[in-house]
Each structure stands twice: as structure tokens, then as C-alpha cells.
Ligand binder design. Structure first.
Ligand code: ATP
Ligand code: MG
Length: 370
């Protein structure tokens, strides 16, 4: 897919902006704090309806303004689509080709984007919560039904935790209530776990290959799901459901004591091994960075496999950290098939020979000129 134009109004430090004439490789050049990341973020927001930097949509609205809009014209295989998101202090609204969408999930996935930014190192180095967020965002982008189960799961989880927190009297109605929540928790939880395991299995195939390429064959990357119950490889829904229910009944007393749900997809994790060693604890900074990059690049292929089109690639401040050989490698791998947006503080930090044909945009104080 291809972004033909982008318009912003009252978005972060952009009052109004209208950009077109994007090429297949686009460089956004500017000093610090001028609005480069804001531009990439706006594209990602159009893909996901939310930012990678904040969960608070209000932060996207320019200081002192009451609403922001982000819109774009994109070219997909089946034709051109106009996307528009409007953020106000009351919430957000989405339009496709001018038509208001009742469900945001119908909007997500019309534009697909993969972003690689410095903070993605946290997928490897950070807490399990960061990795779950990674899984949820990426799977949700290509499978709207995943988001549905995730939302339902989270609702049930809150209710169930509330019940667990309530002083546990002798009333049997609470026991019955817990049974009801258990069933609903397991129903949605199992769908989430299954989709995550499938995603990881497919991602692994590409990530391993790409990682091997980047490291010149020296490193073998392996991804594995770390479940809070059952075997990592188990993907059969009926088996997972039974295991989840058993686990919940086994830990019932402990959960009541602690007042929270102790197993399920909200407690699961993802592990990376390089040549058999756990990357979070034993990987060097460079190995961790390469692992995160391989994951993101693998996603590009995975999305292509899933929907038959390549997503756009957003590289925020990361290309200049790679040596000229790797920059060239990266650009050449995707140049002809993936529209790419790259930010950097100066053109001199970008050495890849292929960047000579790129479209260059200069970003300064919320204004952009080509
Ligand atoms: P760097 O090279 O340091 O990464 P950048 O060009 O990527 O810089 P951005 O992250 O895009 O910079 O941010 C540019 C500016 O946007 C910052 O000065 C920030 O204060 C401003 N900004 C962020 N949110 C808002 C907002 N809601 N309203 C107005 N300005 C904002
Ligand atoms: Mg930035």
C-alpha cells in the first residue's frame, strides 16, 4: 500500500499541514523537537487509531486546542481510500471515504504500518507488559477479531478481580458468580492465547531468516511464548480451555487471598533466544537491537502474507544508528515493495547509496517543505 497524501490539523505541533508527492523512500530531516516523530506518529495513528507513544489520545491535540484531525489518501490494491480520524476531548471518530465508522475496529487495518523506533529495544529489554502490548498491537492490526476478544477479556478481568477483592463471605452466590466469570474469562482468553501462539510461530519463521541475514548467518534467533499455564506449543482451543479452567480452580484460594487473577494471557510473556541464550539477560546491546529490528522487519513479511499487500515502514531515528552496509541492506531489502518513511537529524548520517533517489522533506517548527 502507498500513502499519497497526509493532512494534519491541530495535531501535536502542527497547526495545519498538507503533504503529498510522497515517494517510495521518504526522508524527514530536521533538528530535534521540530516535529519529525510527530509526522510518523500521525501515520501510525491512522493505522492503529492510537499512538505508540501514549495511551492518552488527548496528548495528540495541539496544546490549547479542542480537537485534532489526521487524514490521508492511501492507495491499496483494491483502490484509493480516504482515511480520517478526529480527536476531541470527548473521544475519537473515524471516517472511511467520508463515511463515519460506527466501530473503530472497521477502521483499523485499512492502512497497515510497521514502526521501528529507539524505544522498541524495550520489546527485548523491558517488562513482560511491553511484550504483551507489542503482541496485542501487531495482531490486532491484522485481525480485528483479536481486538474484540481482548476488549471482552479485559472487561471480564476487571469484573472478576473486583469480585476476588470483595471480602469473601460465606455467600455461595459469589462462588456461582466466580464460575460465570471463569467461563467468560477462559472463552476469550483462549482465543487470545491461540492467536498469539500462531502469530509467534509465523513471526519466528521470518524473524529467524532476517536476523540471519543481518548478522551474516552468525546468529540464530528463536521466539517462544511463555504461558502462565499449559505447554507453549499447545494451540488446540478445547485443550487450552480445559487447562485454563483447571488452572483457575487450582489457584482459586490463592487468587482470593491476593484479590487478583493470577493466570491468563494478561500474565503471559514472550522470550527471545540467540544461539540458545536468553537475549533479555545475556544479549549484548547490539544483539538486542538487532533482535528488535528483525522482529519488526519480520512483521512486514507477515502482514504481506496475511493481507496480500505490504504495509508502510516507519523508521524513527534508527537508520542513522546502523553502519552504511546495514543501512543499504535494509533499504535494498524493502525499497521496491515497501513505502518507507525515515527520520534523521541530518542527511549526512545516512550513508546508504540507495537513498540518493529518496524524496526529502525538511521539517522545521511544525512546518514541512520539500
Ligand atoms: P527529535 O529529533 O528530538 O526526535 P522530533 O523532530 O522527532 O525531534 P517530535 O517528537 O516530533 O520532535 O516533537 C516536536 C515538538 O512537538 C516538541 O517540541 C513537543 O513539545 C511538541 N509537542 C508534542 N505534543 C504537543 C502537543 N500536544 N501540542 C503542541 N506541541 C506538542
Ligand atoms: Mg523524534
Amino acid at each position: 500500500m502507498f500513502v499519497k497524501s497526509l493532512s494534519l490539523m491541530n495535531y501535536r505541533n502542527y497547526e495545519t499541514l498538507s503533504l503529498d508527492s510522497f515517494g517510495s523512500v521518504n526522508l524527514m530531516i530536521g533538528r530535534n523537537a521540530q516535529g519529525k516523530t510527530n509526522l510518523l506518529e500521525a501515520l501510525l495513528v491512522l493505522a492503529l487509531t492510537k499512538s505508540h507513544r501514549t495511551s492518552k489520545d488527548k496528548e495528540l491535540i495541539s496544546f490549547g486546542k479542542d480537537h485534532a484531525t489526521v487524514s490521508a489518501e492511501i492507495e491499496r490494491k483494491y483502490g484509493a481510500v480516504g482515511l480520517e480520524l478526529r480527536f476531541s476531548h470527548q473521544g475519537k471518530r473515524a471516517k472511511l471515504n467520508g463515511l463515519e465508522q460506527r466501530k473503530l475496529s472497521d477502521f483499523v487495518g485499512v492502512l497497515n504500518a510497521v514502526m521501528f523506533a529507539p524505544e522498541d529495544l524495550e520489546i527485548v529489554k523491558g517488562t513482560p507488559g511491553v511484550r504483551r502490548r507489542f503482541l496485542d498491537m501487531e495482531i490486532g492490526q491484522v485481525q480485528p477479531s483479536y481486538l474484540f476478544h481482548l476488549q471482552q477479556y479485559q472487561k471480564v478481568l476487571v469484573q472478576r478481580n473486583n469480585l476476588l477483592k470483595q471480602a469473601w463471605g460465606s455467600g455461595s452466590d459469589k462462588g456461582t458468580m466466580l464460575e460465570v466469570w471463569n467461563e467468560q474469562l477462559a472463552e476469550h482468553g483462549v482465543k487470545i492465547i491461540k492467536k498469539r501462539k500462531q502469530f509467534i510461530r509465523k513471526l519466528q519463521k521470518w524473524a529467524q531468516q532476517i536476523h540471519e541475514g543481518i548478522t551474516g548467518g552468525g546468529e540464530n534467533l528463536k521466539l517462544s511464548y511463555l504461558p502462565s499455564f499449559g505447554e507453549a506449543e499447545e494451540e488446540d482451543e478445547a485443550v487450552l480451555l480445559e487447562q485454563f479452567m483447571i488452572k483457575l480452580s487450582q489457584t482459586k484460594d490463592q487468587e482470593i487471598r491476593r484479590g487478583m487473577t493470577l493466570s491468563g494471557p494478561h500474565r503471559d510473556d514472550l522470550a527471545f533466544h540467540i544461539n540458545g541464550n536468553e537475549a533479555q539477560s545475556f544479549g549484548s546491546q547490539g544483539q538486542q537491537r538487532t533482535t528488535a529490528l528483525s522482529l519488526k522487519l519480520a512483521e512486514i513479511e507477515l502482514i504481506h502474507e496475511e493481507i496480500g499487500e505490504y504495509p508502510i515502514l516507519l523508521l524513527d531515528d534508527v537508520l542513522s544508528e546502523l553502519d552504511p552496509y546495514r543501512q543499504t541492506q535494509l533499504i535494498e531489502t524493502f525499497q521496491s515493495k515497501v513505502q518507507t518513511f525515515i527520520t534523521a537529524t541530518g542527511i549526512e548520517s545516512l550513508n546508504a547509496s540507495r537513498l540518493q533517489d529518496a524524496s526529502i522533506f525538511h521539517v522545521q517548527e511544525g512546518q514541512v517543505r520539500k
